[in-house]
Design a protein around this ligand. Structure first.
Ligand code: MLT
Ligand code: MN
Ligand code: ZN
Length: 310
């Protein structure tokens, strides 16, 4: 299985258009080694020919333009992207669908909660019905059902499992303060030919025993790298929200709860990568002390264009 990181940043990317925080400013003026990052999305493929998109970022146009593996190959109009799976209905993960409107109907795999948000509060799917149209494949993660195994048409060598995880529905959603099973999923993808297993959770509010079990011994983890500290946005003067308010477990944790680094230490996974990194996060500095701390623990930071072969 091949994994391409199309976008490794959180909402806004880095540098963010209107942000002059220490990291965004340094990314612009080059005073620290901070790579530009677009908004969070990856593509996976069993053979390097046909790809499934996991999340569709508003930066998708740029992401596909710079990625030869995803260019049209056959005939006048074509794309190696055959299907899209969304982890949630957040703007940074879903609005890229609008930029796929010139193609055939989108083969879209989402939970009922995400479908509802994307046909009401942010009615992207309804709008797309007037362009390419959308074929909804329902991922039955809802109510009592917290796990759904499925396959993506044309990708039978990959086994997908969607799992409900702790998180937040988008700010515009009626579920924002009333979490529902299916607002946020993580995806486990297993290559049936090699047995290799990817676990992808770009938004993850907590790692409890259940999540730890899913992450245990994975060949590759790509998980929530949004914030280094719980109060990062507040400390930087960028807002009033804490990591927990936004549904993200920070790397360093807090006195109340352990962080993502501790959780990753306990997984025994072969490769551990952070993705969906907010532009306020000091791990963006390739030579910063926080990055060194991650390296000491065997944790990598995903970057745009990164290729992972499992
Ligand atoms: C998040 O990850 O918390 C959201 O994408 C924030 C946003 O919509 O900008
Ligand atoms: Mn986000
Ligand atoms: Zn910033």
């Amino acid at each position: 299985m091949k994994v391409l990181v199309l976008g490794s940043g959180a909402g806004g990317g880095c540098p963010q258009w209107n942000c002059n925080c220490a990291m965004c400013a340094a990314a612009r003026n080059g005073s620290r080694l901070i790579r530009p990052r677009t908004q969070s999305s990856i593509a996976i493929s069993p053979d390097g020919q046909r790809w499934v998109l996991l999340n569709a970022s508003p930066d998708i146009g740029q992401q596909l333009r710079v990625q030869p593996a995803l260019h049209p190959k056959h005939g006048l109009r074509d794309s190696p992207i055959k299907a899209v799976v969304l982890m949630d209905a957040q703007i940074d993960h879903a609005t890229g669908l609008l930029s796929l409107r010139e193609g055939p109907p989108i083969e879209l795999y989402v939970t009922p909660c995400v479908f509802e948000d994307l046909t009401t509060g942010l009615p992207i799917l309804t709008v797309l019905d007037h362009y390419c149209g959308v074929h909804w494949h329902m991922l039955p993660v809802a109510g009592e059902q917290r796990v759904a195994e499925f396959s993506v048409d044309g990708f039978e060598t990959l086994r997908f499992r969607a799992v409900a995880i702790p998180g937040k529905a988008p700010p515009y959603s009626p579920h924002r303060h009333d979490p529902k099973v299916g607002d946020n999923i993580a995806l486990e993808v297993t290559d049936r030919m090699t047995g290799k297993r990817l676990f992808y959770a770009p938004g993850l509010a907590d790692v409890g025993d259940v999540e730890l079990e899913w992450m245990r011994d994975a060949d590759c983890l790509l998980v929530d790298g949004t914030f280094w500290t719980e109060d990062e946005m507040v400390q930087a003067g960028l807002g009033s929200k804490f990591a927990a308010d936004m549904g993200h477990l920070p790397q360093s944790g807090s006195p109340q709860r352990g962080g993502m680094m501790d959780a990753l230490d306990r997984t025994g996974a072969h490769r551990k990568l952070l993705i969906h990194i907010n532009n306020s996060n000091p791990i963006l500095d390739d030579y910063g002390t926080e990055r060194a701390e991650l390296a000491r623990r065997g944790i990598e930071v995903a970057h745009d264009g990164m290729e992972i072969v499992l």
